[in-house]
Ligand binder design. Structure first.
Ligand SMILES: [Zn+2]
Length: 306
C-alpha cells in the first residue's frame, strides 16, 4: 500500500480535493472507493479542474487490519502533538504515520486554490453508519448537502485531535464521511457516489463529462431514506479499558432509545441510557474510547444556527 493512491493535476483552475481512506486501518472501504474513482477517471480520461489527490491513512495498521497499532491516528492532530512528533527520539508506529501523512498533505498548500476540501472516509462498527461530520458553520455548505446523508453538527466538539479539526485551522472545508458498516460493499458504493458528487458540486469535474456518475445523487438519497437530516449530540458515554464495557448486541445507528433502557454492561453492572434519543456509534469493536452516543434530530435552522 502506497501513501499516495493517485494524483490528477488539471489544466484548469479549480478546487484542491484531498480524499483520504484508511485513517483507521480496519476501515478500507474509502481506499477501495478512491481507487475506483481514479480508475474511472483514467479509463474515460475525465478532465479534472484543480487538483485531486487520493491518500491512504495508517499504512501499518492497514497492513494488519487493525484500527491502530500504538495510538488512534484520528485523535492526535493537535499543534503541540504534531510538533512534538518531529522531535521524538523513540518513535511509535503512529508517529511515523502522522509525520509522513503530515508531510504529504503539506505538499498541497490549500492557499494556492480557490477552495480546499478534505474528505476523510470512514466506516463504523454498527449498521446504518452512513453520515457526515462537519462543524455547525459548514452544515449547510452545498458540498455537504450534496451528499444527502445525515449531518452530525457537533460531534467534532466531543472528539479531540481529529485530522478534520486540524485541517479546518488551515482553511480546509474538512468533512468526515462515514460510509456504513465496516467491510460492507454498500460502504464502498456510497463513498464512490459521494466522491463523484463532491467533484461535481465543487467544480472539480464537469458534470456532463461522463455518464458513469450520473446516478450518484440518486444512490446517495437511497441510502439515507428514513434517516434524519441533521442531528446533534445529547449524550456521550466515554469508556476506558478498566470499564470492561460491552455493548448489548443489535443496536443500529439512529435507532430510537428511551431513558433508562439498558444499552450495555460494564464492570459496575448494566449501563442505562440517561436520556431519550437516537442511538449513535454503539461500539462493536475491541478498540475505542467512546462506548456510544445519544443524538437527537434537529431542524436545519438549529443545525446551521442561521
Ligand atoms: Zn474511522
Amino acid at each position: 500500500m502506497k501513501r499516495v493512491l493517485g494524483v490528477v493535476e488539471g489544466k484548469e483552475r479549480g478546487p484542491l480535493i484531498l480524499l483520504l481512506g484508511g485513517l483507521h486501518g480496519n476501515e478500507v472501504a474509502g481506499i477501495k472507493a478512491i481507487n475506483e474513482v481514479f480508475h474511472t477517471i483514467r479509463k474515460y480520461q475525465i478532465p479534472i479542474n484543480g487538483t485531486l489527490v487520493g491518500l491512504a491513512g495508517n499504512l501499518q495498521a492497514i497492513a494488519k487490519n487493525k484500527r491502530y497499532l500504538d495510538y488512534d491516528l484520528n485523535r492526535c492532530w493537535t499543534e503541540d502533538f504534531v510538533k512534538n512528533v518531529y522531535h521524538k527520539q523513540h518513535t511509535l508506529a503512529e508517529d511515523i504515520e502522522l509525520k509522513t501523512l503530515h508531510q504529504t498533505i503539506l505538499k498541497y498548500p490549500g492557499n494556492k486554490f480557490d477552495t480546499s476540501i478534505l474528505v476523510d472516509l470512514h466506516t463504523t462498527s454498527a449498521e446504518k453508519g452512513n453520515f457526515i461530520v462537519v462543524p455547525r458553520n459548514e452544515a449547510a455548505n452545498p458540498m455537504v448537502q450534496s451528499l444527502q446523508q445525515p449531518v452530525v453538527v457537533d460531534l467534532d466538539q466531543h472528539l479531540s485531535g481529529t485530522l478534520l479539526k486540524y485541517l479546518q485551522n488551515y482553511g480546509f472545508l474538512a468533512l468526515a464521511f462515514e460510509g456504513g458498516l465496516i467491510g460492507s460493499t454498500e460502504a464502498i458504493d456510497l463513498h464512490v457516489a459521494g466522491i463523484w458528487e463532491i467533484l461535481k458540486v465543487s467544480g472539480g469535474i464537469d458534470p456532463n463529462s461522463s455518464s458513469d456518475f450520473l446516478s450518484s445523487s440518486e444512490k446517495l438519497l437511497q441510502y439515507s431514506k428514513s434517516l434524519p437530516d441533521f442531528v446533534k449530540v445529547k449524550y456521550h458515554h466515554r469508556i476506558s479499558a478498566a470499564d470492561q464495557f460491552v455493548m448489548e448486541p443489535g443496536f443500529v445507528n439512529f435507532q430510537p432509545i428511551t431513558n433508562g433502557q439498558v444499552v450495555a454492561h460494564d464492570a459496575v453492572g448494566p449501563v442505562k441510557a440517561p436520556v431519550n434519543g437516537l442511538m449513535f456509534l454503539p461500539l462493536y469493536q475491541s478498540s475505542g474510547d467512546d462506548g456510544f452516543f445519544i443524538v437527537e434530530e434537529i431542524s436545519i435552522l438549529e443545525a446551521t444556527g442561521l
